[in-house]
Design a protein around this ligand. Sequence first.
Ligand SMILES: *Cc1c(COP(=O)(O)O)cnc(C)c1O
Length: 467
Amino acid sequence: MSCPSETPAPFEPYRVKAVERLPNPTAPEREAALDRAHYNLFQLRSDEIRIDLLTDSGTSAMSDRQWAAMMLGDESYAGSRNFAHFEAVVRELTGFPHILPTHQGRAAENLLFSTLCRPGSVIPNNMHFDTTQAHILHNGGRPVNVAAAAAYDPDLEAPFKGDVDVPSLTRLLDREGREKVPLVMVTITNNTGGGQPVSLANVREVSKVVHARDIPLYLDMCRWAENAFFVREREPGMHDWSIPRIGRAFFDLADGATMSAKKDGLVNIGGFVATRDPHVAERLNEAQILFEGFTTYGGLARRDLEAMAIGLQEATELEYLEHRIAQMRYLAGRLQAAGVPIFRPVGGHAVYLDVRRFLPHLSEEELPGQALVVEIYREGGIRTVEVGSLMFGKEGNENGRSLELVRLAVPRRVYSAAQLAFVAETVGRVYARRNAIRGLRFTHRPERLPHFTARFAPLGERVSTAP
Ligand SMILES: *Cc1c(COP(=O)(O)O)cnc(C)c1O
């Protein structure tokens, strides 16, 4: 099990300036925590967790430059100079003229879908993220996933498994018609589908198909810099392009974007929605003022805008991205050396475990993904997240396919190689005793975004009657 991996430990291109002690819960403490949390790891307290791979969202370490920028906050309600800086940076990176800050990605989705999505609307995407799906449903629309078949094969080594299936998108658009499709989205990288990149060639084709029908194209650009890194590595003719230049090639094909800067913005809170369309911008602005705050702060302290302006630029630095992707490959290499089945190839922000091959003896009703998440925590205090039938319910794909994954999301600039090796070792131990792992059942199942607040009990045990 402790078979050494060939993958070298990635060299961290930064040094530590402040430290935060890691909690070290004992096995009985972890057991008690699981019981209290009703086997839902979203309900754990952070001091019950040794290594937290729940999400890479808002969990980044800010740089010394970002912390210094926080002191430059100009907390004016309107017209803050931090907004001017933020706006200039996003305009430079994306080319979009209208940029509306929000407190995070789903707030950008709220503005966009409450403005453009109507009851009966159909919104295609390679794969909708959970909050994107939820916002479309909330506005009476129907989210449809049109990722290519490759996206649903955890074993297939292909360079751009996030790509949209263009024929299937075209059929959908022809069937539904322009009136029913207010926009088409493409998520770069595809978080729900293993963090896989989308090629520039694919977005170019999508843009052609969509624009020929006079439909606007929006990018979910949460991880656009990681996506650009893969494009630079894998797409013919792109090796010499800078990350900002590749990003710009993507944005030039789109009419707007939503962004959670908690990902490739390297901040703990922040986001934006951007558009080229001045009429849409006006309506987004009305919604922004209603839901978020005035145009020049959008639900954030102005110091947060300043930190975001710098983080968005730092996320495009090649040495940073090289290390980040090397971390994923290191973790994946150690897991594979222990025989653990993972989604391949390795994506940009996480390593995903292939639950169907990890726990083949559990049926979908026995919630195998959640059962695995619980066991990894039990084994070593590591928090991960189910990305499968629990998170997404029965919202399937155009082709009736689905994935059953557990995501090990790696926060940016936070964990060392030794800590990632510990993660792989822990998951390896769980894999070694996989045949003894039992399933879970719901004791409370909420209608929407169930993974956040659902409660579970181990199968074959009595349900506790706690409130
Ligand atoms: C995180 C995420 C969102 C939502 O952003 P929040 O900042 O968490 O609200 C939307 N889309 C994708 C692809 C994401 O990963």
